[in-house]
Design a protein around this ligand. Structure first.
Ligand code: ARG
Length: 462
């Protein structure tokens, strides 16, 4: 009968199917280095408090350090019959230093151990995600700066609406990813709390020093309720939620890149190295990376829902259901980091087809609102001005003309107040330049937004 660390009260060997079904080591081995880090901090504290002899603690720590090296070098053999990462490492420590290894688990349970490991792992993931988000925000700002003069059609309902600066459009994404940054920083705070010392659920009778362990692991503080600490996975939900919103933004951005690269738009081109071809159509260059980021959004949302569902209805405290937190977490973490990095490459590598964007602005009477605004400045009530311009647009549509191609006499038939100065209001440059309200698309405002973003990025130390 294979010996389990918990095998004392069992009279028969575990069913093979059960062993396979309950094992998590094939995925939770990702936590190995965090598990060792947590164990080293715990052992050091046990020694410092005299809960186990100092020499024993030192031997345990030395053994763990050797295991750490073996894992890093890929020399560690993982055994499914040992269930999870924690028991694999404990068993390997036993092989190395003998029965002394058994003292490591004093005043600890796998319940507070696994909660600690996951928090350490997630904290690192969030730091990487914040760095990747910062890079993406930076390339958006740079691309905006490089193309400050470029005018494109702004859309509502995917219909031409008003001219905007391409830079303004890019800076809208900067705003989204900046909110994501704040959200993820908040999740980091929620994550950065140490549950060790909660043991199985009720705390431990040993005189542990929880603050010391938390400090050594770089946590900002300790959890306040042992029962909550071993069953809380809210911080993972918060992360999966924050990551889902990042993906809402990434997916929207990618959707636009895909549209813009289509023959219909031809607003941009993406570098060959970020595109793929077709196995049958030799002419094809496809934006697969952008499509896949958009597509992977589905699994990221799914991961959030899977964990929400796991947690709902769980009685206090630890239940084995909680083992199901890891695969959604790992999957979202890896998908998020890869997608953010590739999104940065897409944005920094995209080539803007400014003439094409400008040409597109000729369609759809983009400055019709400007004409209505012009009438309003001449004292015509805006609703009436709207109506007059509607008639003018219908006339143009009928004759196949642009608004600015109408002679003044013709315009006057629609409204007496129209004078020669109207033509300034109908140019693309005039239209964007007049929108110098804070947050508007006027070049001076967009330049200011870019400067503020640059300052913001410089001030963030992470
Ligand atoms: N593999 C387990 C998990 O991921 C570790 C904790 C096991 N605790 C227990 N009481 N069986 O949650």
């Amino acid at each position: 009968m294979a010996k389990k660390p918990w095998g004392g009260r069992f009279a028969e060997a575990t069913d093979k199917l059960v062993e396979k079904f309950t094992a998590s080591v094939h995925f939770d081995q990702k936590l190995a280095l965090y598990d060792i880090k947590g164990s080293i901090a715990h052992a050091r504290m046990l020694g410092a408090r005299g809960i186990i002899p100092k020499e024993d603690a030192e031997k345990i720590i030395a053994g763990l350090a050797e295991l750490e090296k073996e894992i890093q070098e890929g020399k560690f053999t993982w055994r499914e019959d040992l269930e999870d990462v924690h028991m694999n490492i404990e068993a390997a420590l036993f092989e190395k230093i003998g029965p002394l290894a058994g003292k490591l688990h004093t005043a600890r349970s796998r319940n507070d151990q696994v909660a600690t490991d996951v928090r350490l792992y997630l904290r690192d993931v969030i730091d990487e995600a914040l760095a990747a988000l910062k890079e993406l925000r930076l390339v958006l700002v740079l691309k905006a700066k490089e193309n400050l003069e470029v005018i494109m059609p702004g859309f509502t309902h995917l219909q031409h609406a008003q001219p905007v600066l391409f830079a303004h459009h890019l800076m809208a994404y900067y705003e989204m990813f900046t909110r994501d940054t704040k959200r993820l920083s908040f999740v980091r705070e929620e994550t950065n709390v140490c549950p060790l010392g909660s043991a199985a659920l009720a705390g431990t009778p040993f005189p542990v020093d929880r603050e010391m362990v938390a400090r050594e692991l770089g946590f900002a503080g300790i959890s306040r309720n042992s029962m909550d600490a071993v069953s809380d996975r809210d911080f993972i939900i918060s992360f999966l939620g924050a990551a889902s919103l990042v993906f809402v933004h990434l997916s929207r951005l990618c959707e636009e890149l895909i549209l813009w690269m289509s023959q219909e738009f031809s607003f941009i081109d993406l570098p060959d190295k970020l595109c793929t071809g077709s196995s049958i159509m030799p002419q094809k260059k496809n934006p697969d990376v952008a499509e896949l980021i958009r597509g992977k959004t589905g699994r990221v949302f799914g991961n959030l829902f899977s964990l929400l569902t796991v947690l709902k209805g769980l009685p206090m405290t630890y239940n084995r259901d909680l083992q199901e937190d890891k695969e959604p977490l790992f999957d979202t973490a890896e998908t998020l980091l890869a997608s953010l990095r590739l999104a940065s490459s897409l944005v920094s590598g995209l080539k803007v087809n400014a003439p094409k964007m400008r040409k597109a602005c000729e369609e759809g009477h983009l400055t019709a609102t400007d004409l209505a605004d012009y009438l309003a400045t001449k004292g015509v009530p805006f609703r009436e001005a709207h109506h007059i311009v509607g008639k003018l647009v219908a006339y143009c549509e009928d004759k196949g003309l642009k608004l600015w191609e109408l002679p003044l006499e013709k315009m006057k038939e629609f409204s007496e107040v129209i004078e020669k100065d109207v033509y300034d209001w109908l140019t693309l440059e005039g239209s964007v330049a007049r929108r110098k309200v804070p947050g508007g698309t006027a070049p001076e405002m967009v330049r200011k937004a870019i400067e503020e973003a640059e300052k913001e990025l410089m001030q963030e130390e992470k």
